[in-house]
Design a protein around this ligand. Structure first.
Ligand SMILES: *Cc1c(COP(=O)(O)O)cnc(C)c1O
Length: 207
């Protein structure tokens, strides 16, 4: 399935688009299979699951992204796992809490709640710019490198496009941002057309 998705992505865009394989639905055995096909970056939304899989696959040298809600009592464990990227920083307060315990640089994405949905965490597009600068100023180890967003939860294509466009515009306005992480299994093609350069794909790769 990875091969098909890669071909499809190429047919939509000639940009360099990174795939993070979201392995939250599967065990380490399935991760190993995808890794054998050349996939290097994986994402988990629970710290315990990241710990288990990273440990089980420690000899493979994979890059692990944390993409879920980070509970305060899991901060130390996440830090000890040395993720390659924290994609789901949802508040300045959380960034400061993580930063105060870090002793290495952690590339971080601000999660953007671009459709202003109550069910989702993240910064509103309006508040994100100020937060970006505040985090850059106040944090020693947290390195904001871009934005992450989950597309609008809607059957209307226009809502999804609007939400991705809002994230993309914010991304472009942040001068030092290099990562625009948006697009999941059901909407990754739209996300690419809206300027994403990092997809987080779960079910389409593992089912
Ligand atoms: C689960 C998850 C994904 C992947 O979802 P699929 O629809 O299975 O591709 C991407 N991003 C986040 C934040 C997730 O929690």
């Amino acid at each position: 399935m990875l091969k098909k998705v890669l071909e499809n992505i190429k047919s939509i865009s000639n940009q360099n688009i990174k795939i993070v394989a979201v392995s939250k639905y599967v065990g380490a055995d399935k991760v190993a299979i995808l890794a054998a096909h050349g996939q290097s970056d994986f994402g988990e939304n629970r710290v315990q699951d990241l710990a288990l899989k990273k440990e089980a696959l420690s000899d493979l040298n994979l890059n692990w992204h944390f993409i879920g809600r980070l509970q305060s009592n899991k901060i130390n464990q996440l830090i000890s796992l040395r993720p390659i990227m924290w994609q789901s920083c949802e508040s300045v307060q959380k960034a400061l809490a993580v930063d105060s315990r870090l002793n290495y640089e952690l590339p971080t994405l601000l999660q953007i709640n671009s459709a202003n949905e109550d069910s989702k965490q993240g910064f509103s597009p309006e508040s994100a710019t100020e937060a970006w600068h505040e985090i850059k100023e106040k944090c020693k180890f947290i390195k904001p490198v871009g934005v992450m967003s989950i597309g609008a939860h809607s059957d209307d294509l226009r809502d999804i496009i609007t939400s991705f466009e809002a994230t993309r515009q914010l991304f472009e306005s942040l001068k030092s941002a290099t990562v625009c992480s948006m697009g999941m299994s059901s909407d990754y093609e739209i996300a690419i057309k809206c300027g994403s350069n990092m997809l987080r794909l779960g079910s389409i790769l593992f089912k």
